[in-house]
Design a protein around this ligand. Sequence first.
Ligand code: GLN
Ligand code: ZN
Length: 751
Amino acid sequence: MNAHVIGFPRMGAARELKWALERHWRGELDEGGLMAVSSELKERHWAVQAGAGLDFVCVGDHSLYDHVLDAAVMVGAVPQRFRNRECGGLAAYFRMARGDADTPAMTMTKWFDSNYHYIVPELESATIFTGRAEALRRDAARAAALGFRPKPVLVGPLTFLMLARETGGASRWDHVAGLAEAYCRILGELSGVASWVQLDEPALCLDLPPQAAEAAQYVYGELARSCDGVDILLATYFGQLRENLDLAASLPVAALHLDLVRGSGQLDEALRAVPEGMGVSLGLVDGRNVWRTDLDAAARAVDEARNALGEDRVMVATSCSLLHSPMDVEQETSLDPEIRRWMAFAVQKCAEVVALKGFARGESPALFAENREALAERRGSVRVHDPAVAGRLLSVDETMLTRKSPVAHRAVVQRERFGLPLFPTTTIGSFPQTPEIRKTRLAHRRGEISETDYADWIRGRIAEAVAQQEALDIDVLVHGEPERNDMVEYFGQMLNGFCFTENGWVQSYGSRCVKPPVIYGDVSRPGPMTVDWITYAQSLTDRPMKGMLTGPVTILCWSFVRDDIPRGEICRQLALAVRDEVTDLEAAGVGIIQVDEAALREGMPLRQDEREAYLRWAVDSFRLVTGGVADETQIHSHMCYSDFNSIVQWIGAMDADVVSIEASRSGMRLLDAFDAREFPAAIGPGVYDIHSPRVPGEDEILDLLRRALRVVPAERLWVNPDCGLKTRAWPETLAALENMVAAARRLRQEQ
Ligand code: GLN
Ligand code: ZN
């Protein structure tokens, strides 16, 4: 029985890779220096895996930017616009990832439903696959020379094909044969340095198009035919295989890896489905979360598999790559020790996998007793269970979710109250987070500035933002969010049930890492979180001031969450806490309240038939936040993405009064989905992209607004940027908003 992990974090315990990459990009560290850091990290991480007692070390899971981009380079799928450029090598690699002055980068998108982003491979009609694995081969040889047993890991051909974007009329299915050849060459190069190769096929946990089965059968058939000498581990994760189980079991591979955390419940069926001679790798240790494994339960699954298949055909593993898990809980010296004891990060998860193997062989690893104790403590802890929260949840009923009158009626009442012009102008919340703001917040966090001095200083920034907006003649103002480091962390820090790690970083993309808050217990709000800032901002102006909150779904999606109750229930707890804030803001006279749900869409389950249940509780959570306000209180929501096609009715069902969305990059085309009869709320399609410092012209904005008017009735159209302005600097912000206000004014005159 082999013990292994599906992949290991890349960045290093002190995020060494991040710092080295950024120094390299700034020209402060040459290629040799960067490669030295990278090699050192690989070796260190192999040593961690082997030191824990795992039978393999992963090779190829490390990447200087992204493992999907690495796979694209390996198979030779380099888009035309990046070919034939003078310098090859690393510079060319980073140009694909990040673009340069002449060439836009390849696009980036979320890796399944994780918060990791990969570079989307491009398939052109002219793509000619090659298939070279020198670097991977070299790494495997190096690991072997150091005495480790390397298991090269790469994105599998089906997943590569499914994730790639077809450009210039190419069809992914025309590339199956070429891709098969490339993978055969790669595996050929690896035979001799490794006995196992792991091909990651999380795509097998998706709803697949009909062509996929044939493509997979063909490619894996070719691989089996051309390369003996390497055993293929087909790694599936992020869900159950379901109807793709038969396909997976039919492929000529040596072993099939199952995610038994996200895809729990599929073991029996899988054990029955795998043919004689195919092994099974049991993904029992959660690669996506921070909690200790219930080793007793996991050991029962190992037993079951061993009884069904025999010990030789069973491996134990993490559910998916540990890329999504922080590095080492031992680094968390300031975390509450009680809560820390419940956690396991990548290093600890390696030990858990090894303990499971030990147990199966009749040993009694000490970790079992330790985990059992920690889990029992956690289950019974008063820190986790708050009867008051449970009681409140029980009292939630449909009336709490429902505004008094329908949106059309509220619009009339609100028009009366606020007297806003046609096409009201507003912004999404944040204003530039200048280096000065960040410095001051940090100094405050370190205790170098007193509470009162800090509050005074922040009030100064709010006053500035208000004055700027009045000078610009914006209709509905915001306070600018200078007190917030991050739209989720800010709220988490003021809620019960949250804790924060010091080093719990996970890679988001490239050199960027995020440190998600951890929700360990029942969530409640001890006191107001934003009321002082917002009422101060309101006191400075006669114009309406928008209160600014982060919604429950977004807080949930961007945190590590407890695994002992369903996500929907955690979301409802968060909703009650944010609802309390809405109540307080309304009582303090704040007439317009925005509840951002930036992550509503990204929280969607991967499988079509699981989406409705998710959307139901997600939308109900939003309604629980906002359902209690009076008709004359105007509820806004903001969502920063543009792919709404399948969820417009659900956004309507949130029953907000005004919804702002990202729209400029699609040239307002996405509004077509918002049929005015089906979508009764007012809508603020973003009129310019805030991701670049480019200042949009007045005519350009006017043009977009005119286009929006073809879909949105005039009395329901708002004017705002695509998203918050925190990443921008003041000069371009003022110039862009000035043009935006001017465009709105001209549009009014045209009516
Ligand atoms: N109110 C937030 C801001 O303006 C919204 C950010 C977001 O949607 N990502 O920064
Ligand atoms: Zn946004």
